[in-house]
Design a protein around this ligand. Structure first.
Ligand code: PBG
Length: 334
């Protein structure tokens, strides 16, 4: 020991933080945040009427699945030990009320049925509960003749979609439309249909984000007029996120989500500190595309950057991360 030092090894003037960083084993032993495959949920897209997977231009490595290719991908996800799947359906036909979202033979409900039969309870199966992929106007709810997204009539639609998803085999439902009162309406609908045990993971703090861009191509759900700023949250606001979370919990949500993840880590932390339910964060399509594009151009080390983003989201307080890298990252962690 150089430098004299006090009893116990303390050195006057400064602390030797490097001591615990000096070998990989010491760093591993003292790591405060760990990633595990079970933390991850993989979002997947399933499109009606295709027989082979279609690449998504803005999300290299992600595809729109056919029913068959989805079954294969789901089996691989289960094999990788990830926590669950979040399904998004792209129907062949869209209409003003999004009928295909709750049709028993609708693309996402057929997929849920098949995956539940294939995998049982091996993975947590959930589907995004929203209308934007199913409406011809691309908004998350029904719209008035004046083009305003109409909150209360949308609630009945969400309740019907929740029941259809539960009937098809969803282990939990995840409303993402940001209508006021949606959790209460969905809880009442599920309970009335005897699905009292199906939990609700509320996309409670969902921001009107520019980072959803690539998703709109993946899910073919871009609004045909206007944008989502009248229902999704405004990026400058933080207190409102806590209010949304508290409101969803009061309405009966079992778990809550913050979305997007990386630009909103402060919100993830505040929510995690404020609640006693599981907190998820959704690393969205634009976050994915950003790293993939930079890595492709040699600007960042892809694997390092990906694992660092996932670690940061967990460190901020999310217990679950929805990420398009779920299966690949799970393989790295093995
Ligand atoms: C549907 C929904 C969206 C996303 C998840 N659910 C799009 C949106 O709200 O515009 C985005 C996911 C992603 O970008 O990866 N409401």
């Amino acid at each position: 020991m150089t430098g004299g030092g006090l009893p116990g090894g303390a050195t006057p003037g400064f602390a030797r933080g490097r001591r615990l960083r000096s070998t990989p084993a010491l760093r591993r032993l003292t790591a405060q945040t760990r990633l595990a495959p079970a933390d991850f949920v993989l979002p997947v897209f399933v499109k009606q009427g295709i027989d082979s997977p279609q690449p998504i231009g803005s999300m290299p490595g992600v595809v729109q699945h056919s029913q068959e290719s989805l079954r294969k991908a789901a089996a691989e996800a289960a094999e990788a030990g990830i926590g669950g799947l979040m399904l998004f359906g792209i129907p062949a036909d869209k209409d003003p009320v999004g009928s295909q979202a709750d049709a028993a033979d609708g693309v996402v409900n057929v997929a849920l049925q098949q995956l539940r039969a294939d995998l049982g309870d091996e993975l947590v199966l959930m589907a995004d509960l929203c209308l934007c992929e199913y409406t011809d106007h691309g908004h998350c709810g029904v719209v008035t003749p004046a083009g305003v997204v109409d909150n209360d009539p949308t609630l009945d639609r969400y309740a019907a979609v929740a029941v259809a998803q539960a009937q098809a085999g969803a282990h939990l439902v995840a409303p993402s439309g940001m209508m006021d009162g949606q959790v209460a309406a969905i809880r009442a609908g599920l309970d009335a249909a005897a699905f009292t045990e199906v939990p609700i993971l509320a996309y409670a703090a969902k921001y009107a984000s520019g980072f959803y861009g690539p998703f709109r191509e993946a899910a073919e759900g871009a609004p045909q007029f206007g944008d989502r700023s009248t229902y999704q949250m405004d990026p400058p606001n933080a207190a409102e996120a806590l209010r949304e979370v508290r409101q969803d919990l009061a309405e009966g949500a079992d778990a809550v989500m913050v979305k997007p993840a990386l630009p909103y880590l402060d919100i993830v932390r505040q929510v995690a500190d404020a609640v006693d339910v599981p907190v998820s964060a959704y690393q969205v399509s634009g976050e994915y595309a950003m790293v993939e594009a930079a890595a492709e151009r040699g600007m960042v080390d892809r694997r390092r950057a990906i694992l660092e983003t996932l670690t940061s989201i967990r460190r901020a307080g999310a217990s679950t991360v929805l990420t398009y890298w779920a299966v690949e990252a799970a393989a790295w962690l093995r």
